[in-house]
Design a protein around this ligand. Structure first.
Ligand SMILES: [Zn+2]
Length: 433
C-alpha cells in the first residue's frame, strides 16, 4: 500500500508562509517500529488501538464497562452472584486500568512517528499544548519535555488545566538539566471554550472566573491567549477575537478547524497553531513552526503575536471537526500494522498459554484469604481509576505510577482467581482439568 505522507502548512502572514513552506519541504516524517521486547504488550496495543478510539477516553471507558457488565451477567447466569461480581470487577479493572497502562507504556516506549528536522534550519518545531500528570497526562514535566525532544520538537508550551505550576516546574527543570528545549509556561483555561494562556503571573481558574473576565484578566497580566479547539467550545471565533484572542488552534492532533475560523485568522493575521494537546501517545500529527531565533519563551510569544508562525500538518491524516470512529481507524490502522504488527502473533501465543496455566493451577476452592486479597486488589484498582479520572483534583490520590503498579498486580491476580470454581462454575473448572 503506497503511503503518501507529504506535509502542508497553514499561515496568515508572509513570514509565517515562508516558515511553513521551509518546514513542509525539509521536515521528514519517520516511522519507528515498536521494539521486539514489547511483544507481550502487542495484543493490548491492538485491542486499545481498535476499541479505545473515541473522542474522549470517557466513551472508551463506558464501552469497557459494558463489556465487563455483559461478562458479569453471563458468569452470574452460570455460577451465581459471586462469580458475576468477580468477573465484572476483574474485567473492569483489566480493561479500564489496561487502557491507562497502555497509554503510559506506549508513550514511554520509543516508537511511532517522529519528525526529523534538518540541521541549520530557519525554524523550530513547537507544540504549545501539553498536559502533564497534573491534568490527565501520563508524564511528569521533565519527561514530557524529553518526549517532545525525541519527537523533533524543541519548543514546548506546558499548559495544564487551570493551573500554571507544572509549566513553571518544567521551565526550571529544563534549565537545571540542560535539556535544550525552550519551555513556554502556560495553562489551559477550561471554561465554556478552552483557552491557552501564556505568560500569566497567576493561574486563572475556570471554576472561579467566566470566560470573558478570564480573557480580560489574562490581558491585564500581559498574557497571550490562543483559543484552543474552538469546535468544542460554546463561543464563536469572532466573539473570542473580540475578547482578545491572539490566535486559534488550526489543528488539534489530526482535527482541523473550520474554514470560517481560518479565514478570520487570515484577515487579522492571527497566529495559527498546530497543537498536539499532548497527554499520551506516540504519533504526533501536527506541529507549530516558529522562527529558529525564537530561543526563549518571550521570543516565541512575540513571534505568535506577530503571526510569524505556521501550522504544519499532513493532509492524509486530516480529520474534520466532527469525530468519526471509522476515519480515525482508517488513519491509525496502517501504522499499527507496519510499525510492528508481526509481534501480535508471539504476543497472543504467550497470553493464551498464560490463560491455560492460570485456569489449570488456580485454587479449586475459594478461600477466605484470597477473597480478601481480591477485595484489596479491586479496591486498589478502583482507587487508581479514580485517581486518573478525577485528575488529582483534590491532591491526595495515589500517583499514576502507583495506580498502574497496583493494576499490574491486581489484573493477573484477578485472572488467576478467575480460575476458581466460583468464577468458572464447577463444570468449567473440571473441563480445564
Ligand atoms: Zn482542551
Amino acid at each position: 500500500m503506497p503511503v503518501n505522507e507529504s506535509l502542508a502548512w497553514l499561515a496568515t502572514t508572509p513570514e509565517g508562509d515562508a516558515l511553513g513552506k521551509a518546514a513542509a519541504q525539509s521536515v521528514k516524517i519517520v516511522h519507528e517500529s515498536r521494539p521486539w521486547w514489547a511483544f507481550p504488550a502487542e495484543p493490548m496495543h491492538w485491542f486499545y488501538s481498535i476499541f479505545g478510539i473515541a473522542p474522549h477516553s470517557f466513551y472508551a471507558a463506558a464501552l469497557f464497562l459494558v463489556m465487563a457488565a455483559v461478562a458479569g451477567w453471563l458468569a452470574f447466569r452460570q455460577a451465581g452472584w459471586r462469580a458475576g461480581l468477580a468477573w465484572m470487577t476483574t474485567l473492569t479493572m483489566t480493561l479500564i486500568g489496561g487502557m491507562q497502562a497502555h497509554g503510559w507504556l506506549y508513550t514511554r516506549i520509543p516508537s511511532g512517528i517522529r519528525y526529523e528536522v534538518p540541521a541549520h534550519s530557519t525554524f523550530r518545531l513547537a507544540n504549545l499544548h501539553c498536559h502533564t500528570q497534573a491534568s490527565g497526562g501520563v508524564l511528569l514535566p521533565a519527561d514530557a519535555l524529553r518526549w517532545h525532544l525525541r519527537k523533533g520538537f524543541t519548543v514546548v508550551g506546558v499548559t495544564d488545566s487551570n493551573k500554571t505550576y507544572p509549566g513553571l516546574r518544567a521551565q526550571s527543570e529544563a534549565a537545571e538539566q540542560d535539556l535544550g528545549v525552550v519551555v513556554v509556561p502556560g495553562e489551559e483555561y477550561r471554561g465554556t471554550t478552552h483557552l491557552l494562556m501564556f505568560g500569566l503571573k497567576e493561574a486563572i481558574r475556570a471554576d472561579q472566573v467566566d470566560i470573558a473576565s478570564a480573557m480580560a484578566k489574562a490581558r491585564e497580566q500581559g498574557a497571550l491567549v490562543i483559543a484552543a479547539h474552538t469546535w468544542t467550545g460554546q463561543q464563536t471565533s469572532k466573539q473570542l477575537l473580540e475578547w482578545g484572542a491572539a490566535g486559534f488552534e488550526a489543528c488539534n492532533g489530526p482535527t482541523t478547524v473550520d474554514e470560517a475560523t481560518l479565514q478570520l485568522a487570515r484577515e487579522h493575521h492571527l497566529a495559527l497553531l498546530g497543537s498536539l494537546d499532548f497527554r499520551q501517545g506516540n504519533a504526533p500529527k501536527t506541529a507549530t513552526v516558529v522562527p529558529y531565533e525564537a530561543n526563549t519563551a518571550e521570543k516565541v510569544l512575540q513571534a505568535l503575536r506577530e503571526g510569524r508562525c505556521a501550522t504544519l500538518y499532513c493532509p492524509e491524516w486530516r480529520e474534520d471537526t466532527k469525530f468519526s470512529y471509522w476515519v480515525r481507524l482508517k488513519h491509525n490502522f496502517p501504522g499499527l500494522v507496519r510499525r510492528g504488527g508481526i509481534w501480535l502473533i508471539p504476543g497472543l501465543i504467550l497470553w493464551w498459554k498464560f490463560a491455560v496455566l492460570a485456569r489449570r493451577y488456580a485454587p479449586c476452592q475459594p478461600r477466605r484469604g484470597l477473597e480478601i486479597i481480591l477485595m484489596l486488589a479491586v479496591g486498589g484498582g478502583v482507587l487508581g481509576i479514580w485517581a486518573v479520572w478525577w485528575k488529582y483534583k483534590l491532591g491526595w490520590f495515589p500517583s499514576l505510577e502507583l495506580a498502574l503498579s497496583l493494576w499490574v498486580v491486581a489484573c493477573p491476580l484477578g485472572w488467576y482467581l478467575a480460575g476458581c470454581e466460583w468464577l468458572y462454575g464447577r463444570e468449567g473448572r473440571q473441563q480445564a482439568l
